[in-house]
Design a protein around this ligand. Structure first.
Ligand SMILES: C[S@@+](CC[C@H](N)C(=O)[O-])C[C@H]1O[C@@H](n2cnc3c(N)ncnc32)[C@H](O)[C@@H]1O
Length: 500
């Protein structure tokens, strides 16, 4: 009950989570030799879906899908249901209820998503979550379960203990959060351990709900990967692969000579060893029924059957002649070093196509074209290129997908945003989601513009509307300047695939 109350008092920011998108999950599964169902016609279940910030955009994107969310917090479930009703979306519903007491007639699902749930619920609910996967996964279905990993959490436990001990558990969640911030200041002055100090610095700017639910909530039970795999085993499930970014991947010698069953044990041991080597604290595990075909460690060869999208930029001039390492940055601020000229060219081609995706063959020829356009003498060695793409894909610099999507590239004469984006923009507490399932950070003026983009106004009229609205809130801005800002925003919306 404490956990439930805290979720009602300090709702978890309900955001689109790119790594839970079924088209991405299907692509990752394919890298592991596992064929998952077509996401655009899939049944998708999200457990602990909060208000549906992740699930609703998926249902919107794929009208042929059927999406069900289950959420224990009544406040969040009802907020989500009201949003769905206002949007008039027929293929998604959010059910208020306990995932451990699901009605038996829910049927089978091709994708089951449980993000931020497994480690934060009592052991009985953890077991129930795995039971739900076994009972409701379709034969080739894929479940995504994220959880905290003991290898990385060991070093952070003193911080959790100190925050719990030095704050009052009986305070309402928001007040306890404020108290925790003061404790972080104290600990920063007292402690010397660099790992803990780095985490304290991060927590001071992280979302309040993150600090609360990771460090103050009664339940946060990190688990060793081996134990997680054993739990899967006892529930008739098996590990398929990892949907989180990876700095290193498991390669088994003679992997192709071994029967998949023979390989599984070695693979799981190697995964556990990676967690220790990199002090991994969070995993996003892909899971299938144990009678589904076996998966294997990810294989670069499987890239040829996938498409890719990426939104990368580089602040330096890109050197397409030499294999010098250059940093490419994604919108989340993560930097990916790329050395191989053909891969740099591919990153440029993907960024130009974003939010569109290029399949492997198209990416290869686009990279060749970029090299030719820049008269770069570099030879394209496909085996080397594939390996570079594999590494970048595993690190999530490039996202693999099985869904190409199609997006309006330009604002047009009377710019129109899709109905989901308009509805998100005019709903306080909802984040606007880009078509590649990323959360957009929009200021009030950006939201105002988006919610006015119903296709009835020209750009000049939109700018005049914006100027008048800004004036009403006491902000006098020259029309020319408002027009410039309007255009900037329109291009940003186009880049996120929000225009129709
Ligand atoms: C940390 S939040 C994660 C929310 C969302 N999945 C996300 O990642 O943004 C965990 C969610 O699981 C819900 N939850 C906890 N126990 C549950 C249960 N037994 N049945 C259904 N939902 C539950 C909580 O109310 C909360 O909304």
């Amino acid at each position: 009950m404490d956990t439930l109350a805290s979720y009602d008092e300090l709702p978890y920011d309900s955001l689109p989570l790119p790594e839970t998108q079924p088209d991405f999950l299907a692509a990752v599964a394919r890298l592991h030799g596992f064929d998952a169902p077509d996401p655009s016609r899939a049944r998708i279940l999200e457990l602990g879906c909060a208000q549906g910030g992740n699930l609703i955009p998926l249902a919107w994107r794929w009208p042929g899908s059927d999406c069900v969310g289950v959420e224990l917090s009544r406040v969040q479930a009802e907020t989500g249901a009201a949003f769905i009703q206002a949007l008039g979306l027929p293929n998604v519903r959010i059910q208020h209820g306990d995932l451990a007491a699901l009605p038996g007639d829910l049927g089978e699902f091709d994708y089951i998503i449980a993000h931020g749930v497994y480690s934060w619920v009592p052991p009985s609910v953890r077991q129930a979550l795995l039971d739900v996967c076994r009972r409701h996964l379709s034969p080739q279905g894929i479940a995504y379960i994220s959880f905290n990993v003991a290898a990385g959490w060991q070093a952070l436990q003193p911080l959790r203990t100190a925050l719990i001990e030095r704050t009052a558990a009986n305070l309402p969640a928001p007040a306890r959060f404020q108290q925790a911030l003061r404790v972080l200041d104290e600990l920063q002055a007292e402690w010397r351990d660099p790992v803990l100090l780095k985490e304290i610095a991060y927590l001071k700017s992280a979302a309040p709900s993150y600090l609360f639910h990771e460090y103050l909530a009664d339940l946060n039970a990190p688990m060793a990967f081996a134990e997680f795999a054993a739990q899967l085993d006892t529930h008739g499930l098996r590990y398929v692969g990892e949907a989180g970014p990876r700095r290193a991947v498991v390669e088994l010698e003679n992997a192709w000579g071994l029967m998949p069953e023979g390989m599984a044990g070695r693979w799981l041991d190697a995964e556990a060893a990676l967690d220790d080597a990199f002090a991994i604290r969070f995993r996003r595990a892909l899971i299938a029924c144990d009678d589904a075909p076996c998966a294997q460690p990810p294989q670069a060869e499987a890239l040829s059957g996938l498409s890719f999208h990426a939104d990368l930029r580089s602040d330096e001039e890109i050197d397409l002649e030499a294999a010098t390492e250059q940093g490419f940055v994604n919108p989340a601020g993560n930097t990916f070093p790329i050395a191989q000229p053909a891969m740099k060219a591919a990153a440029m081609a993907l960024s130009a196509a974003y939010p569109g995706a290029l399949d492997y063959a198209a990416l290869l020829s686009a990279a060749r074209e970029v090299l030719a356009e820049h008269e770069a003498g570099a030879q394209m060695d496909e085996a080397v290129f594939r390996q570079a793409l594999f590494q970048l894909t595993m690190a999530h610099g490039v996202m693999p997908t099985v869904w190409a999507g199609s997006f309006a590239a330009e604002p047009g004469e009377r710019p129109c945003a899709n109905a989901l984006a308009q509805q998100q923009a005019r709903s306080p507490g909802w984040v606007v989601s880009g078509e590649r399932h990323v959360a957009m950070d929009l200021d009030p003026a950006g939201r105002m513009l988006l919610s006015a983009m119903d296709g009835s106004q020209t750009v000049d009229e939109l700018a005049a509307t914006m100027q008048a609205t800004l004036a009403q809130s006491g902000l006098e801005v020259q029309l020319q300047r408002v027009k410039e800002l309007t255009w900037q925003q329109l291009w940003l919306f186009a880049r996120q695939g929000l225009l129709v």
